[in-house]
Design a protein around this ligand. Structure first.
Ligand SMILES: [Zn+2]
Length: 366
């Protein structure tokens, strides 16, 4: 039986163990011993080493029957996440206001542990379930990007890391690209020989103003986020550095943005300037239809729980983007966290409980 008090105690215990990105060691050790005591086969990969962290991703395997499903949550939290002092305030659990709470994503992990505890006590043989607890999610989905995919057999997965009440299902997320760009002009004395210079700040301005920014359409955004350049008022600046990003739910839109970007960039050379461009794909988008089994399965559980289903898209990334890129059809599931990444982060005790009920029923597989 799922016990609300035990679940709340587990949650409080979990958030008290600090786990900043790539420093998840203490938390991972605690989680591993809990999972082992619940009878799961547990494995840690070497992604931590590759990433300069002190813990790898944790995998845990629950024996059951049928095709396995994947359930995933991340172990790391954003800062300030040390010395978290959670407290119960009415129907909520909150921090003391000096730190985050850590319900992102430990509410999911507490729910998983409570569900596994109940499954064990009731001697239930449910589905084959593979659990993945990732590192470094908050600083670029690093754990998921470096996981050992050969350990995962599941073709369908649930990342429990979404905002929104229980019943919220994120079925679409964007492709996210970033650019790092140097624009070079020519330095010269601003007072005595400005005509010998080529002003990189003006080149950059013309370039930026030739392109659309902000909301490009309802599924596409573009942003110039960092501009650095110039050395002194009496020098014609010869170098400007720019960083920005594109996001879209359709990769064709991103391709169009890149095409225009490079086209406009080449005009800088016609003006005598130079540039150096580095493109990076942070993650690829995904789009899962409501007709897919991975959606139908969780919808049927949520409906039995009496929850309203809300299928949405997001313009942010999660481990679900990376898992989809490995061919594991994965959606991101709302677990009721509120105001994550802030000191006002909080979660309803009822949301914690419903998350546990959801996981319990997914494992039970009826
Ligand atoms: Zn998260």
């Amino acid at each position: 039986m799922l016990l609300k008090d035990r679940l709340v105690n587990t949650f409080i215990e979990l958030v008290r163990i600090p786990s900043p990105s790539l420093k998840e060691r203490d938390f991972a050790d605690y989680l591993k011993s809990k999972l082992e005591s619940l009878g799961l086969r547990v494995f840690e990969d070497s992604s931590g080493k590759a990433l300069g962290g002190n813990s790898g991703n944790i995998y845990a395997f629950l024996e059951g029957s049928g095709e396995p499903i994947l359930i995933s949550a991340h172990m790391d939290t954003v800062s300030p996440g040390e010395n978290i002092n959670p407290k119960i305030q009415g129907e909520y659990i909150v921090s003391d206001g000096t730190t985050i709470l850590g319900s992102d994503d430990k509410a999911a992990i507490a729910g998983i542990l409570e569900a596994l505890q109940a499954i064990k006590e009731e001697n239930i043989i449910g589905r084959n379930v593979e659990f993945l607890f990732s590192i470094g999610e908050e600083n670029g989905l690093l754990g998921a990007k470096n996981l050992d995919v050969s350990l995962i057999r599941a073709k369908e997965g649930y990342v429990l890391d979404g905002e929104g009440d229980i019943g919220t299902l994120i079925l679409k997320a964007p492709t996210h690209d970033r650019f790092y760009l140097y624009i070079y002009g020519k330095a010269s004395h601003a007072g005595t020989s400005p005509e010998k210079g080529l002003n990189a700040i003006l080149l950059s301005s013309e370039f930026l103003l030739s392109l659309p920014w902000g909301r490009i359409n309802d599924i596409t955004t573009a942003n110039i986020g960092i501009v650095k350049g110039g050395r002194a008022t009496n020098i014609v600046p010869d170098e400007v550095y720019l960083e920005g990003e594109f996001r879209s739910l359709e990769k064709e839109n991103i391709e169009t943005l890149w095409k225009n970007f490079v086209e406009e960039l080449s005009k800088i050379e016609l003006k005598g300037g130079k540039y150096e461009l580095k493109k990076e794909n942070l993650y690829k988008g995904f789009s899962i239809s409501k007709e897919e089994q991975v959606v139908k399965r969780i919808v049927s559980v949520l409906e039995k729980m009496g929850k309203n289903i809300r299928t949405i898209h997001t313009m942010g990334g999660s481990d679900a983007n990376i898992l989809n890129s490995y061919g594991i059809k994965t959606i991101n599931v709302g677990i009721g966290m509120e105001n994550p990444h802030s000191k006002e982060e909080r979660i309803k005790i009822e949301s914690l409980y419903e998350t546990a009920v959801l996981i319990y029923n997914l494992i039970k597989g009826e």
